[in-house]
Write a protein that binds this ligand. Structure first.
Ligand code: HEC
Length: 191
């Protein structure tokens, strides 16, 4: 008896449940490229209306977005180089690049120690002689086994990282003459 009541209850309620689900499936919406009965040209995917502006950053073909000018990688970064930029670059580098490239750019980060392909050191002549745009380009498009970091790191931060990579490269080849006089005294003895 109890089983029959239960069966009856299920039989009565089930169609409502199914009905609900069907409602969700049949939404009055268009799927991409499906034919439209509303627009005269029957296209659901509409062309941009004249005068429309993109949301988010305006991605032009500027050097800032591409790292290139007239098709050539830019020699110098197209942003103002100051202490803040380098500090930001250091922070971003330590987050995004050091796991593979190491904190000093030697190419011995933790992921590499655990078996990922070892990248070249940033301190070899070939990379020291590269233009700024080269480093931006590698972060933007990836290189060999290294993936693109464009989805995670915005353009301004990519340039900040370029600035920091340059600082790292300089640090490995600096001489005592690069140290300001006031600081040099603190180094003790040698001049
Ligand atoms: C998951 C590990 C990994 C991360 C994270 C990573 N790289 Fe790399 N990178 C590599 C590897 C591996 C190579 C060598 C790729 C190859 O030869 O296949 C490389 C190569 C490079 C090169 C040298 C290209 C050349 O000409 O030899 C540069 C410059 C570079 N990476 C910059 C960066 C910067 C800047 C970041 C941070 C935004 C970064 N990488 C993050 C793994 C990584």
């Amino acid at each position: 008896m109890r089983a029959r009541t239960l069966l009856l209850a299920v039989a009565l309620v089930a169609p409502f449940g199914a009905g609900c689900r069907q409602d969700m499936h049949n939404q009055p919406k268009y799927k991409p490229l499906r034919e439209s009965a509303f627009f005269a040209d029957h296209r659901t995917s509409r062309p941009a209306i004249e005068g429309v502006v993109p949301r988010g950053p305006l991605r032009t073909t500027d050097a800032f977005y591409t790292g290139r000018a007239d098709g050539q990688l830019v020699k110098l970064m197209p942003v103002t180089l100051d202490e803040r930029l380098v500090a930001r670059g250091q922070e971003r580098f330590n987050i995004y690049c050091s796991p593979c490239h190491g904190r000093t750019g030697q190419g011995n980060g933790m992921i590499v120690q655990r078996g990922f392909k070892q990248p070249p050191s940033f301190h070899i002549d070939r990379l020291r002689n590269q233009v700024d745009g080269y480093f931006f380009d590698i972060m933007t498009n990836g290189f060999g086994q290294m993936p693109s970091y464009a989805p995670q790191i915005g353009e301004q931060d990519r340039w900040a990282i370029v600035a920091y990579v340059r600082a790292l490269q300089l640090s490995e080849h600096a001489t005592v003459n690069d140290v300001p006089d006031a600081e040099r005294a603190k180094l003790g003895g040698r001049s």
